[in-house]
Design a protein. Structure first.
Length: 370
């Protein structure tokens, strides 16, 4: 284990023990843990094959950045805060109920869209039928977006919530249309660049210097692409879209995600560098409809039993990433906990992280309280 902050802090011994235990139990082969309170870094450690500055495929943590980009475009007057999708950008759902979808529905997973579909398989079937290659191209990207728009809704918008990759696929495309700029450049120009998140972005094998690529953590073998996923996105739909999408595809580090979380906290106080306070409040407050929905316009909130554990305050937001990553922010106490891991390196059915992570979060919060 490498500990670069908090090495002489016995109060975090249990958290560090659990971090190492995850490696021993094969919950992951590499992981980093970062804990901060306000602007102060309290603990930063790495275990297994990770370094403190290792670069991870953060999977659905991408959604929090997509949501932030949406709110930034609202600040610039390029999108309405809660307008109808079809009135703001030229995207139309085939289902007539799609005209009722607002941006708040997409952000909070209440648009009525299905959770997931293997569009990459559908795209492969189209390749065989037309004897052309689409996966990983701009045409593959556009075909998958269109396939989402053609997919029937599962319930009327706003009636209930289902965590959905499909909604953020559409949202990512909507941002590109509104800004006249591809999503990867939007991320760099509006968020990662201004916040100093130098290691955060899409397509690290083409965007990072060769030496920095050695810091990328593997996520296992892709049967669909027949490649080892080291710098290649884990999510197959994102890969088929060229590696850039609103729901997944971003690679990042624990320090960069601390910078991101710090901006959320600053903006919540009205002191953000890029985000204004109304944006932070929108992202940090649960939507009022449907009743009982735990989502905000961009984040999740701790709902027992939660992967955040039992000690984050009710005024907390966070998000998980399929690869084994998570970011939780306690807004009340200004505590940030970043846990990045590659649990999928042992296969997608490896769920050991779901047992260790809540316990690790509790150990961290108990250590801070001492």
């Amino acid at each position: 284990m490498i500990v670069v902050a908090g090495a002489n802090e016995p109060r975090f011994d249990r958290a560090l023990t659990l971090l190492d235990r995850g490696t021993e139990a094969r919950a992951w082969s590499a992981a980093t843990l970062l804990v901060a309170r306000g602007e102060e870094l309290l603990l930063h450690a790495a275990t297994g094959g990770a370094r403190p500055d290792s670069i991870f495929d953060v999977a659905s943590l991408t959604k929090t950045m997509t949501a932030s980009l949406f709110h930034l475009l609202v600040q610039e007057g390029k999108l309405p805060a809660d307008g109808f999708l079809h009135e703001a950008v030229p995207l139309r759902f085939a289902d007539p109920a799609g005209t009722s979808i607002r941006f708040s529905h997409l952000l909070s997973h209440t648009a009525g869209l299905a959770a997931w579909r293997p569009f990459f398989d559908d795209l492969r079937a189209e390749e065989l039928l037309e004897n052309r290659e689409f996966a990983g191209t701009s045409e593959g990207h556009d075909r998958i977006v269109q396939a989402v728009l053609d997919f029937p809704l599962e319930y009327p918008p706003g009636e209930k919530w289902i965590y959905s990759d499909l909604g953020y696929i559409v949202l990512g495309r909507a941002l590109e249309l509104a800004a006249f700029e591809p999503l990867d450049r939007l991320l760099k120009r509006h968020l990662a660049g201004p916040l100093g998140m130098a290691d955060t972005g899409y397509l690290p094998l083409s965007s990072l210097p060769e030496d920095d690529q050695l810091r990328i953590v593997p996520t296992g073998w892709s049967d669909a692409r027949e490649i080892e996923k080291v710098g290649h996105v884990d999510d197959e739909n994102t890969a088929a879209m060229g590696g850039i999408a609103g729901h997944a595809g971003v690679f990042s580090t624990a320090p960069d995600l601390f910078r991101f979380a710090r901006e959320i906290l600053r903006a919540h106080r009205g002191e953000g560098r890029v985000l204004h306070r109304p944006a932070a409040l929108a992202m940090c407050e649960r939507v009022s409809h449907p009743a009982g929905c735990p989502r905000t316009r961009g984040w999740d909130t701790p709902t027992p039993p939660s992967q955040a554990g039992t000690r984050f305050s009710p005024r907390s937001v966070g998000h998980l990433g399929y690869t084994g990553c998570s970011l939780w922010i306690d807004l009340e106490r200004e505590i940030t906990v970043v846990l990045l891991s590659n649990r999928v390196v042992f296969g997608p059915d490896n769920r050991l992280v779901t047992t260790i992570r809540p316990e690790l979060h509790d150990a961290v919060m108990e250590g801070i309280a001492l």
